[in-house]
Design a protein around this ligand. Sequence first.
Ligand code: SAH
Ligand code: SF4
Ligand code: F3S
Length: 466
Amino acid sequence: MAAIIENMLAQCARVIYTKLDMLNKYYIETFGCQMNVHESEKIAGMLESLGYAPAATREKAGVIVFNTCCIRDTAEQKIAGNIGELKVLKRADKSRVIVIAGCMTQQKGAAEALAEKFPFIDIVLGTANLYELPNKLKELNERRARHRGKIVAVDDNDRPPIDESVPVTRTSYPNAWVNITYGCNNFCTYCIVPYVRGRERSREPEAIIGEICSLLKEGYKEITLLGQNVDSYGNDREDGVGFAELLRRIAAIEGKFRLRFMTSHPKDLSEEVISIIAKTPNFCKNIHLPVQAGSDRILKEMNRKYDRAAYLGLVDTIRRYMPDCGLTSDIMVGFPGETEEDFLDTMDLVRKVRYHNAFTFVYSPRKGTVAASMPDQIPYAVKKDRITRLIALQNEITEELSGDFAGKTYEVLVEDAPKPGMLCGRTDCGRLVNFAGDASLVGEFVDVRITRNKASALYGEIVKNG
Ligand code: SAH
Ligand code: SF4
Ligand code: F3S
């Protein structure tokens, strides 16, 4: 009998301990672009300053945050499926807090629809309300004591102030993300981002430089500047500091590190910026320059504000300054009204530019955008056929270009150890290389000789450390 009671007590203690442990833990699931990846680091920072620690899985967390994306329907469907799965966890323990944040919540009527479809959500937090998370968690506790329901905090403010005091728990060493702008003013006709992220706001140059300097002091080796259109940095400021001047100030920072940035907009990337990148050893010769389409008619309908000739001219300028610059792109097929001829223009442009890599997308109508109500939406079968052809072409090009790397030696920043004894990192021009080595080398610069390539992946061996 005594043994049975002892056993039961031990079991109760285990349950209580597991529950207490869970209450103090958080889990963040991130969807979407680098902007969201970095914002999740801020969410983690806020939660850790409240005393929460990271949990290894959703099941072990008392606070579960979904940082969402709504750039395409496929993204939204996937996230909705994942939110649905949380129902079981909430049922298992009602004290769990479920927070839905990010772009998805900021679409018209979405916050209410989410709260209705998934009644177990506790807090819906808009992109403009992200920094209110600690207050909202406190408010939720007070409400729970009074058995009152959920919190929906989604402001319509399209110019929310920038909060420079938010703590950040970084998860991407040796790389560190640094925002330079928030929001977007471009209103490409297919894109939801300007509606869910508000107008473009640039951070103070001093705040950016200060952040970079302290990151380098902490040992980060690569800084990636983030903005929907980094080239329009400063347009909303009165001190005359634009992207070129910001880069000049970053170029003056001493020490060896790598600088990357995304995303450049072809309508704004200037020759001045290209020349600064070319002559600054710390700046990677790697530009992500989304073209979206190769047909002038479609580019105009997309409101991209450049044409094919201007884009190709820009590529020539980049290559004149930096012959080995790694160029990558975002390309979309199936925009409303896209004919086979328009699509062939895109294929032709891809053949001419020969990108190192490209992210390819099927156009997805986004409610409230101009393109969603354009006539002549393209049937899915046609879109599917075009994306298949585009991917095949780009793979062929990437593979051909990969062949050129064989036998040559490149400086690589070791970024990760995906499995014991194996490392990976990127060349200055942005190509990912896999090679053998010890995990202690993560964060170091090593020279790697490329020995072979398999499709687009490069493999090599270390020839020199540091
Ligand atoms: N600000 C960046 C990228 C934003 S979103 C830029 O201007 O390039 C990333 C990519 O998603 C875009 O470049 C575009 O190719 C794609 N995208 C945006 N809206 C889309 C939509 N409605 N359907 C399909 N792809 C889309
Ligand atoms: Fe979207 Fe265009 Fe802004 Fe990029 S520049 S975020 S594609 S509206
Ligand atoms: Fe990024 Fe998706 Fe929002 S791509 S800005 S997380 S809609």
